[in-house]
Unconditional design. Structure first.
Length: 270
């Protein structure tokens, strides 16, 4: 005959059931933790390869090449420096993202090499404006070559590339000058817009003269020697852009197919 269960028996059975459930739960937790550790190890293994996986870059459209035979380009050029006005002028150009061309005198480049380095660092072009701005009229080819070579040496010593462009002092064009330029591989870049800023007519006058004379292909002559030029420059840039012009350097304007010794007054359409 089966003995009836007592309260003690019931308590023992309940305890056994609780213990069994706890053991099952513990085993399940151990299994879950093992699975988590395995997953972490797999993620870590994948992470080792992540530096070698480069993100896909969004496709970009290439910029069309600059072609001043099809676009209304003008070039800002500055003569006779460097001087104390060069850095403020560079600041004005930088504030509007414009590149220009500087025709520098050799002795001034030797005296202010930091300004030449700043011109180059800002992405502008440096040209040869003779060593000390003499008259070429009546001078022989050896004299002109000496002036240009001395200026080249000073410009290169100051940290600029050897120029491929020159501007003869006073814009003089002589047979000796052309021969010297041809021998040294230089194109003589002159101009077709001159606001006579060297006479200090005032910033407003300089602005008006440049904007009224500008046309596609213009080479604009100014000087980085005068406060009025620095003051006029932001308005000149804004006015030229408002009229639809692209502001470029001389090499961008005239290209690389002009023969050394040639006199250039403007770019395409000028």
């Amino acid at each position: 005959m089966k003995r009836p269960q007592t309260a003690v028996d019931l308590m023992i059975a309940f305890g056994a059931a609780v213990l069994s459930s706890a053991l099952i739960t513990a085993v399940h937790m151990i299994d879950v933790r093992a699975q988590a550790r395995q997953a972490e190890a797999e993620v870590a293994a994948l992470s080792d390869d992540l530096p070698r996986i480069q993100p896909r870059r969004a496709a970009t459209q290439p910029r069309p090449p600059l072609d001043c035979t099809k676009m209304p380009c003008v070039a800002l050029t500055f003569d006779d420096g460097p001087s104390p006005m060069t850095q403020p002028l560079l600041d004005a150009l930088a504030s509007r993202g414009v590149k220009a061309t500087f025709f520098v005198q050799g002795y001034r480049a030797a005296a202010r090499p930091g300004d030449i380095a700043a011109i180059v660092a800002a992405g502008h072009v440096v040209g040869n404006h003779a060593y000390n701005h003499p008259r070429f009229k009546g001078k022989g080819v050896n004299f002109v070559i000496g002036q240009l070579r001395s200026a080249d040496a000073a410009i290169v010593a100051a940290g600029a590339p050897r120029p491929t462009f020159m501007r003869s002092p006073y814009g003089e064009r002589t047979k000796a000058q052309a021969q010297a330029a041809a021998r040294l591989g230089l194109v003589n870049v002159l101009w077709n817009v001159d606001p006579n800023d060297w006479a200090n007519p005032g910033a407003d006058v300089v602005v008006q003269r440049v904007l009224s004379a500008a046309k596609p292909g213009a080479i604009i002559l100014m000087h980085d020697m005068h406060q009025g030029t620095v003051d006029a420059l932001p308005q000149i840039i804004d006015g030229l852009r408002a009229a639809g012009y692209l502001l470029v350097t001389v090499p961008q304007l005239i290209g690389d197919k002009v023969a050394p010794g040639t006199n250039v007054f403007s770019g395409p359409k000028g």
